[in-house]
Design a protein. Structure first.
Length: 317
């Protein structure tokens, strides 16, 4: 009878690394290297996780000053046009004298952006709205800064009119839209072209005021501004997204395209708070590692503290 005790697979694996210490060191350094590369480069650094809200809004302005007319010529045709979309789970509409709002909820597999496209295709295909009616589609992203944009910054120049400032903002938004990681941009308009319900003429109406505060020569000053929003590609990290947009702005400044204009990044940039959170996390992790090493050195032995110095980073990697 053979009474030889054969080591298990785990034991043989352990013995292999003990006997081949050079391989063990290379493997250990490789694990640390891959972990460091993943933490600093490969992993996305996110703020709020993407939260899909399967809701889209169809807004229509129609200055008829008649709630029945708005309902008959705008709200009802829209409801009939979208009634056959299978992804819709519920519809709620509100009609007032000059506006129509249709809130549409989709099933869980349809995102707000996808649902908005379905609504747009159906309405543009089947509905003929009055010439004076202006329709817009709004999506929702609960993880975004304002429910739509992942980054908001401001363009400032008090030496130009609101129309000129808005035109320049549109040009800047087009440039930002070409940046890798940006899916679309939105100019939060200060003026809109509207139809005078009395004369039927197109008029430019100032519908919003924008103002931003920043420090200049040590003092907090307020300037009229226009806001520009950018939507991030889900595959791009929050910090990388912000850095790419700011690099593009700096490039435009150097080329002279923004002469006379000031671009302000502030509270609308979530990457600032995310960087602070990451910094606090790294500081706390380092402080905890040092505390454990000191305790082991004082109350156990120095070998245990040295082993801990290598063991903890390896586990984190």
């Amino acid at each position: 009878m053979d009474n030889t005790v054969h080591p298990s697979k785990i034991s043989r694996l352990s013995l292999f690394f003990v006997r081949n210490w050079r391989v063990s060191i290379l493997f250990f350094v490789g694990v640390l290297g891959v972990g460091f590369l993943s933490y600093t480069t490969l992993l996305k650094r996110e703020g709020f996780p993407p939260i899909e809200v399967p809701v889209a809004l169809v807004q229509t302005s129609y200055f008829a000053d008649d709630i029945d007319l708005v309902d008959d010529e705008v709200t009802t045709p829209i409801e009939q046009a979208i009634a056959d979309i299978p992804e819709i789970s519920s519809v709620q509409s509100t009609t007032v004298e000059n506006f129509s709002n249709v809130v549409v909820e989709f099933d869980g597999d349809t995102t707000s952006a996808e649902g908005s496209e379905l609504l747009k295709d159906a309405i543009e295909t089947e509905v003929v709205l009055p010439e004076q009616a202006e329709i817009s589609y709004q999506t929702f992203n609960a993880g975004a800064f304002d429910g739509e944009n992942d980054l908001i910054f401001n363009l400032v120049n008090e030496d130009v009119s609101s129309e000129q400032l808005q035109e320049k903002a549109s040009e800047l938004a087009d440039e930002i839209g070409e940046v890798s990681g940006v899916t679309r941009t939105n100019v939060i308009a200060l003026t809109e072209e509207q139809t005078n319900p009395v004369t039927g003429e197109e008029v430019t109406q100032e519908t919003r005021y924008g103002r931003v505060a920043f420090r200049e020569d040590g003092e907090l000053v307020f300037r009229d501004s226009i806001s520009i929003g950018a939507v991030r590609n889900p595959e791009t990290g929050t910090i990388e997204f912000s850095e790419a947009v700011q690099e593009k702005v700096e490039e435009l400044k150097e080329s002279g395209d923004l002469d006379g204009y000031t671009v302000v990044f502030g509270g609308g940039d979530l990457s600032n708070s995310l960087r602070q959170q990451i910094s606090n996390l790294e500081s706390n992790a380092l402080t905890g590692l040092l505390a454990v090493m000191v305790i082991l050195f004082l109350f156990v032995n120095w070998r245990a503290s040295v082993m801990m110095m290598f063991f903890v980073p390896a586990v984190m990697a």
